[in-house]
Structure formats: C-alpha cells, structure tokens
Design a protein around this ligand. Structure first.
Ligand SMILES: [Mn+2]
Length: 430
C-alpha cells in the first residue's frame, strides 16, 4: 500500500538522477584507489535495518511541557501509518518497536496485517513498569521489578510476560526491559537487596521467553530516580544478564551514560563478552536528551559503528545486535527527524565500512598512534552521501526524503484527519 504517491517520488527523484549517478561514480573512483568496492559497501548498508520506535512518531516532551504538533497519531494504527511513510521514503526502517501499554490494540492480528501492508515488521517489544496503568492493583511509584513489596513485583513480572505474548503474535523476537526503579535519597533503598529482588523478578521473565527469543536489559544512569538506579550502568546490566543466562543481553541507549563516558569502549566490552543486545540510537549533549542520532556527536556514532564493523569483520561468534532508534522530538516533525536519524545510522555504518582494517591493524600493532588515528578517521571523513542516495533510489525511496515528504503534503493531510490533541504532561521518554 502506498502512503505517498509513487509518481510524486519519481518526479522528485527525476530532477536529481544525473547528479546522483555522477557523484556515485566519482565516489566509486575515489574508493577504488583505496581498494574499496563502492557497490559492495552499498549492498551491506542496504542490508542494515533500523527499527522505528512507535512512541517516536508523536511529539515527545520534557518534564516541563509538551507542545503537540499537527496530525499527531491518535493510536497505534496511526503510528504504524507514519512509520510506513518513513519506510516508503527513506527505506532504512523495515521494522517497528512497540511499547506496551502505550500501544493499545484489541486486534493484534489486524495490526500485524496492517504493518505488513506498509512493508513493516516488528522488532523488540518494550514493557513499561515505570508508570502506572489505569486500574492496576499496585503502584510503581517506588519501583517495579525490584519493589520491596512482593505483590508489586509479581504484577510487574506478569506485565512483562504479557508483553512477550503480544510480541509473539506480532513476530517480535525480543523483549526490552527498562525499569525506572531506584531511589532519590541516600538510605532510601538497600542497594544490594534491591538488585537481588530485580534479579529474582527478571529470572521469572527470562523463564517465560519463548524459543528463539532474547531479553534486552537497558541500563540508565539516572532519571526518574536521581540518587541511585537499580540497573544504572553497563556493569549492573552485565551482571544481571550474566546471572540470567545466555539469552539475556545488554542494550546500549546512547543517551543513558554520563557525558564523558566512552560508549564505544562499553560496546567493545559487551561484544567481547557476547552480551551486546543492540542499541537505542539517539544523541545527547548532557543526559538522556533523546536528540536525533548523530546531531551532536556524529564521530561518536561512527566510533560505535567502527566497533561493530570490526566485530563482524573478525567473525565474532553470536554477534547479532538489534538496531533501534529511541528519540523524543520537541521542535521538529517526528517523521522528518526519524528519517534523518535512520539515514545517519546508515551513514555511520557506511563510514565504518570504509575503514581500511589491515592498515589499522598494522598501525595498532606498530604502536603508530598517529597513523592509526588517521586511518580510522579517513572513513569518517569520506562523504558517503551518494551511497545513501543510491540505495534509497534502488529501493524505490526518495533521494532526498525530507524534501519529498514536504512536497507530499502528508502532514497537512493527516492534520485534517486527526483532531488536535491538547497540550499536557510529558510522555515517551525512555
Ligand atoms: Mn531507550
């Protein structure tokens, strides 16, 4: 099903076809001098899929306010439609990651069918025990999986198991668990016991995993708890994943670390330990800012991909990370931001594929710091735009997705169909 008129995309592309062909050929020449086959790089980037967060197509917000945009999705079917537009134009996001209970649905089979019509499947499903659902017996105000009260923990476990069951109906293969559990005051919580209670609850969820499923543990430095967080860092996440078993792995959200933390090194450690679940891509200047991927620190995103490409190059066993976006949009059209972030992830991957591994290995072995740094950076400094344009073109997408989207009038169309939502509290920051 076409959400954007294919003729419009074709007309839009027509103006730039010659430029893309020339730019791509020129880049191919440049890369050939380095012994790199541009077509092989393009094919590998085309095979990379990044999952869209269902919560990302709505306007996010902060603790202070939320400013809704026009034509915001009213329900999960609207969210899927917006994701379908992103996929049709940018061709980098073949799956959607749902969030329960934000994504309510009375007919999961119909949802799966609708998604399929847009060319979309489902990636990891996310549980939510960091806010209370209407009518639930126990509050998560003081925690969920690690709560001091057994009944609250049982309720949180049951919710996660329900998420697995929903995910099974949609074709998901992983459950992502992030808890806001923690404390705001020194002394409020017995730090060791809280972690033990978390483990006990997580074990029950782990035992409910169907065959072929993985459990992704997402750590976060702080917020909503501001003194201590139960799964605060990759160390806690790794301890928990190790205690649970081989199908539990650690998910890295780029915004969930202290500002100066070396995230690519964490990624390298997790790969080495066989515990890298995958990513929530976004960018950050100060904290969990949930900015568009690569908007602040594109070199950091490249360095993360450098670790991933190196692991694939070296054939690390069991290496199969999941790639997902996790952003919150306050001042942009979410569809435009998500298309841009997906392309940025592709860009970082392409740049990392251009790193001459043999030269880098040799420079590292010779302790030639300068040559090693230059070799690595040569990948980052190469403009891979023609590769991204070509693969969108080849897949039937738009050479310039944002321009085509704006020309389509999609936002104005859905603004007429979807009544405005009132401004209010924040949501969608995970
Ligand atoms: Mn996240």
């Amino acid at each position: 099903m076409h959400l954007i008129d294919p003729d419009l995309i074709q007309e839009h592309n027509g103006h730039q076809l010659q430029h893309v062909a020339r730019d791509y050929a020129h880049l191919g020449e440049q890369l050939a001098r380095r012994g790199i086959d541009v077509d092989a790089v393009r094919q590998r980037v085309a095979a990379l899929g990044v999952a869209l967060p269902s919560w990302g197509v709505g306007t996010g917000g902060t603790r202070f306010a939320r400013f809704p945009g026009p034509g915001e999705p009213r329900h999960v079917f609207d969210k899927l439609q917006d994701c379908g537009v992103i996929q049709q134009l940018a061709r980098a996001t073949p799956t959607v990651s749902l969030h329960i209970p934000w994504d309510q649905c009375s007919d999961w089979s119909a949802l799966r069918e609708t998604a399929s019509g847009y060319g979309l499947g489902f990636d990891a499903i996310n549980s939510n025990t960091f806010s209370d659902q209407r009518g639930q017996a126990h509050s998560y105000k003081f925690g969920s999986l690690s709560h001091s009260d057994a009944g609250t923990r049982e309720q949180a476990v049951a919710h996660n198991v329900e998420c697995i069951r929903i995910g099974q109906r949609l074709g998901s293969r992983a459950l992502t668990v992030w808890v806001g559990d923690g404390s705001n005051f020194p002394g409020q919580q017995h730090l060791r016991r809280a972690f033990e209670r978390y483990l006990e609850s997580a074990r029950q969820i782990y035992q409910a995993l169907p065959d072929g499923w993985r459990m992704f543990l997402e750590h976060k430095l702080c917020e909503p708890a501001f003194y201590s967080t139960v799964i605060q860092d990759w160390g806690s996440s790794y301890l928990a994943a190790s205690a649970l078993g081989p199908r539990a792995q650690c998910l890295v959200d780029l915004g969930h670390h202290a500002p100066s933390v070396n995230i690519e090194m964490i990624v390298a450690r997790l790969i080495g330990a066989g515990k890298l679940a995958g990513f929530h891509f976004n960018d950050s200047k100060y904290g969990d800012d949930d900015l568009d991927a690569g908007s602040v620190a594109p070199y950091r995103l490249f360095l993360v991909f450098n670790e991933l490409v190196a692991a694939a190059h070296e054939g690390v066993a069991g290496f199969a990370p999941a790639y997902m976006l996790d952003q919150s949009h306050n001042v942009t059209d979410p569809i435009e931001s998500l298309m841009g972030s997906a392309a940025q992830v592709q860009r970082s991957y392409a740049q990392a594929l251009l790193v001459e591994r043999d030269l880098l290995d040799a420079a590292q072995d010779a302790n030639d710091a300068l040559l090693a740094s230059q070799t690595l950076k040569r990948g980052f400094e190469t403009d891979v735009t023609p590769i991204l344009q070509r693969l969108r073109l080849d897949a039937g997408g738009a050479i310039d997705p944002v321009a085509a989207y704006r020309a389509s009038g999609y936002r104005a169309r859905v603004a007429r169909e979807r009544p405005a939502r009132t401004a209010g509290g924040s949501s969608g920051i995970v």
